[in-house]
Design a protein around this ligand. Structure first.
Ligand code: F6R
Length: 343
């Protein structure tokens, strides 16, 4: 197995491979009147692709509402006019499989995105289209594979995601020695501390991803919140206490942020600075929304890796997740029950 760092540095190639894997899947093209909303079912690393899609579609030429469902049941409004991406890298996550069974009952238009497991087996058996991903990755390290197929599929409906520009930005500005060293230095400053990650609401997916990566790769406690919402609640949690005295705040900044967002973030920094160990910032690169999003995604993933290394943690390991999944499988055995419902 390659190291987490190898995977992160390989994102440009993985985006290209994900484009090819989607084309090779020969997915069905529905009439655009056949669905009026999009649901992405997934958990953890596999759900992040849905969050990224949601952020991107907010400011795109497509106006379908997108929901990401991270639990056992899809929302009540999901019906046969819903395009559903069931995303599970391993294909064996019980929450996602449970939603798969339910969205099939409701007659949704399903596309599975997986490297194998039950999701692939069941989809093949039922004739549900699959984007087949290469195996051997940690789900969170396979992020381009879990995100790009949805963009490629929706580009047939008029979405112009700008994947080539995003790859070019990664290769020329982001995956460079200079940026690598910058991120490594940030890790040296904030290592071993709990982290509160903040960023603009337009980049909510990456802000949440950062928190997850600090948990999973770096084994650190972390929280996340976005501007402007955090100015209406989170900020008050710093008042009249010193509970965040040892924490660092990591702020994700957009290179295209407008003046009012800049003033908001700078004012927030002034208010909370004396209440925390310190504030560090990471800036996006690139022009398009996708390029800026992917550049931030790369930087936070890299930071989570260097935070692990700085404290001699193994970024690839997630023992508690593995333990919990195996105990639940043994005690509840939901997947077997679901399988019997499918036949
Ligand atoms: C592990 C990881 C987890 C998994 C989650 C769901 O690398 O990131 O958050 O993504 O446990 O598993 P999959 O993605 O296989 O459905």
């Amino acid at each position: 197995m390659e190291s987490m760092l190898d995977y992160i540095k390989n994102y440009p190639k993985m985006i290209r491979d994900a484009i090819e894997a989607t084309k090779a899947a020969m997915l069905p093209k529905y009439d655009s009147n056949d669905f009026d909303k999009i649901l992405v079912c997934g958990m953890g690393g596999s759900a992040v692709g849905g969050d990224l899609l949601k952020d991107l579609l907010r400011s795109s030429e497509l106006c379908w509402p997108v929901e990401v469902s991270r639990q056992y049941k899809p929302p009540a409004y999901v019906d046969n006019k819903t395009l559903v991406f069931c995303v599970s890298y391993s294909g064996n996550t019980e929450e996602t499989l449970s939603q798969f069974v339910e969205v099939r009952k409701r007659g949704c238009k399903i596309i599975s995105i997986t490297s194998g497991g039950k999701l692939r087996q069941w989809s093949e058996r039922l004739g549900i289209p699959i984007v087949k991903l290469p195996s051997g990755f940690k789900p969170r390290a396979a992020i381009p594979y879990l995100f790009v197929p949805m963009l490629v599929y929706l580009s047939d409906y008029g979405l112009k995601p700008g994947l080539e520009e995003a790859i070019e930005t990664l290769e020329s500005k982001v995956c460079t020695h200079e940026k690598n060293e910058k991120i490594r230095k940030i890790a040296d400053i904030i290592k071993g501390r709990s982290i509160n990650v903040y960023g603009p609401a337009d980049f909510e997916a990456v802000v949440q991803r950062a928190k997850n990566q600090f948990n999973e790769n770096s084994k650190l406690p972390a929280t996340w919140a976005v501007f402007p919402e955090l100015n209406h609640n989170e900020i008050v949690g710093y008042e009249d206490n010193d509970l965040n005295k040892e924490a660092y705040v990591v702020i994700l900044r957009d290179s295209e942020e407008d003046e009012s967002m800049e003033t908001r973030i700078e004012t927030t920094k002034e208010i909370i600075r004396s209440k925390v160990k310190g504030v560090v910032e990471i800036h996006s690169d690139g022009k398009s929304k996708l390029a800026r999003t992917i550049s931030l995604l790369y930087y936070v993933d890299l930071l989570s890796y260097y935070l692990a290394v700085a404290e001699s943690k193994i970024p690839e390991k997630t023992d508690f997740i593995d333990k919990l999944k195996s105990v639940l499988a043994e005690k509840i055995g939901l997947v077997k029950k679901l399988e019997s419902e499918l036949i």
